[in-house]
Design a protein around this ligand. Sequence first.
Ligand SMILES: [Zn+2]
Length: 345
Amino acid sequence: MKCFYHEAQNDHAPKHFFLRGQPAPSPEQPVRAERLKDAISAAGASLEILPPLVSDAVLLSRLNQIHTPRYLEFLENVVERWRALPAAADVVAPNVHPCGHARYYPRHVIGQAGWHMHDMACPMDAGSYRGIIASATTAQAAADAVLEGEEATYALCRPPGHHAGPERAGGFCFVNNCALAATVLREKYDRVAIVDVDLHHGNGTQDIFWQRSDVWTGSVHVDPADFYPFYWGAVDEVGADSGLGYNCNVPLPLGANGIAFLQALSRLLSALAQFKPQAIVIALGLDAHKDDPLAGMTLETEDFYRIGQRLAQVKGPKVIVQEGGYPTDSLGDNLAAFLQGFRRG
Ligand SMILES: [Zn+2]
């Protein structure tokens, strides 16, 4: 299996995020990519390091299909605008958010930061935009390779993407890499599905395709009543308008184990089968492992082997896009187990 990675992802290295009312070290660090790269070698897959970033008109036109122009412009320019504020920190972090029925999109950068960043987990500094675009470029390369005939590819993406909606960053995510991969696949296939096995609900992905019937979205995750992203991810969220019936959520109780997860995945894949997808994007979070610092489920490393095996059995070409999974001794083993299960599926 071809695996893709872009070194400029390292330019995004957030030091802190807000946890339980105080700054805490961010777990979304470049060391994640180092551990995942080692795991790719251990699984016997080939890793292609992508060439330096260039201005990519194709990427921008694809991103414009899933994000609003003003959001993409905000991501590109916000750090420079923020640093021009008197007595501003080097890092962009909003202190006000629109609640209820906000009527006006503000001109001021502080108002725009609150509009476009829905939580305190997305600090941006001078290197962040390059890292974000490098991550998107990686997802795009993996999806393009499938268009060119590969049966399955893996994109080692960080920052991750599935909490990023049409114009909001959140949960360490800025650009929705899975939605981008699905957009690329849609250039060849009429019916594309995104299957999200991250610990957290893929609220950004759900939001982007909420009213669309050409991209089915489904997610297994901890019940949002008790867990991030809190406001989305319930069973009765099934899409709207043309997208009605094209979104499927299977929430699990906090602390769920591998048996419960695999049963939930089977339910999700039964729903997916009715859609008859022609190509699939897998949003691969590894943060459901029992040792993950985000501590939401209790999966063992062997469970990722079974998840990989089960997903490989779904017919159609696939792009696997890395989502969550934070530094622990088992992070690399979990990816290697998934890839081995996937190959033997
Ligand atoms: Zn996650």
